[in-house]
Ligand binder design. Sequence first.
Ligand SMILES: NC(=O)c1ccc[n+]([C@@H]2O[C@H](COP(=O)([O-])OP(=O)(O)OC[C@H]3O[C@@H](n4cnc5c(N)ncnc54)[C@H](O)[C@@H]3O)[C@@H](O)[C@H]2O)c1
Length: 261
Amino acid sequence: MNSAPSRRVAGKVVLITGAGAGIGAACASLFAREGATIAVADQSLAAAQPVVEAVLAEGGQAAAFTCDVANRASAEKLIPEVVARFKRVDVLINCAGVTNRNAPPDWDWEKVWDFVMAVNMKGTFLLSKFAVEQMVRQGGGAIVNLSSIFGLVGRPAGIGNGLDAYLHSKGGVAQLTRDMAVHFAKDHVRVNALCPGFVYTALTKKLTDDPATLKYLEDRHPMGRLGRPEEIARAALFLASDEASYITGACLPVDGGYTAQ
Ligand SMILES: NC(=O)c1ccc[n+]([C@@H]2O[C@H](COP(=O)([O-])OP(=O)(O)OC[C@H]3O[C@@H](n4cnc5c(N)ncnc54)[C@H](O)[C@@H]3O)[C@@H](O)[C@H]2O)c1
């Protein structure tokens, strides 16, 4: 592991939800290389454990935690568990998230809507609420939420049915970001969101595995390609680090130009 003095989150304790896969796992790896201690939280311990082992193998520090972010009791006990292990929580990255595609096919539309809202919107709210209480006690911190291009714009006409909880939840995450940013600025807690375009992860695999759908999605992004998890992680690192010391309440597109058109 590189121990150069330029490491951008050296000494910080970074809690990442949904860190067992995709963007969260990429954040765990990058933040560890930049000097942070990582609390790798996921609903699946089996997913979190290999991410921890990869960090430890590179000489970093990390531990796995199980948490269902949509469950109040589970979310509430995560913060004291991380503090008991690592003394503090300097950064929270809210990566846990689902789409309609994660719901069993036999669920009716209302159950699917509730499920997506519960994980993406309520889960981000619960973790942020409990983490910010800890950060205020500590004297500050930073939260990075995962919104989406679909927290900023609707789907192109002809796609979807106009009733998609994913968009509703990600718009809610953007507003939660602004609401918390304004209120907790006085407590030295910065709250920002990333709005990624389509990124190659398990979340989008059903779409990207289909060549016609992949081509359609590539064409929607002016850069002509989808994003990689590490490209989103690099933006998270910037917003979480002291380099973004005057940035709060921002919803930053990381989308190959998708929302610029
Ligand atoms: N992949 C994309 O194209 C894309 C684009 C924009 C925004 N995002 C957002 O980025 C975040 C990460 O997405 P990803 O693509 O890495 O997804 P992913 O499916 O690869 O990983 C999500 C992780 O979250 C965990 N998780 C799901 N529900 C949970 C719960 N209730 N409690 C705790 N953990 C839970 C899963 O076990 C998994 O490890 C999500 O919020 C997603 O909406 C993704």
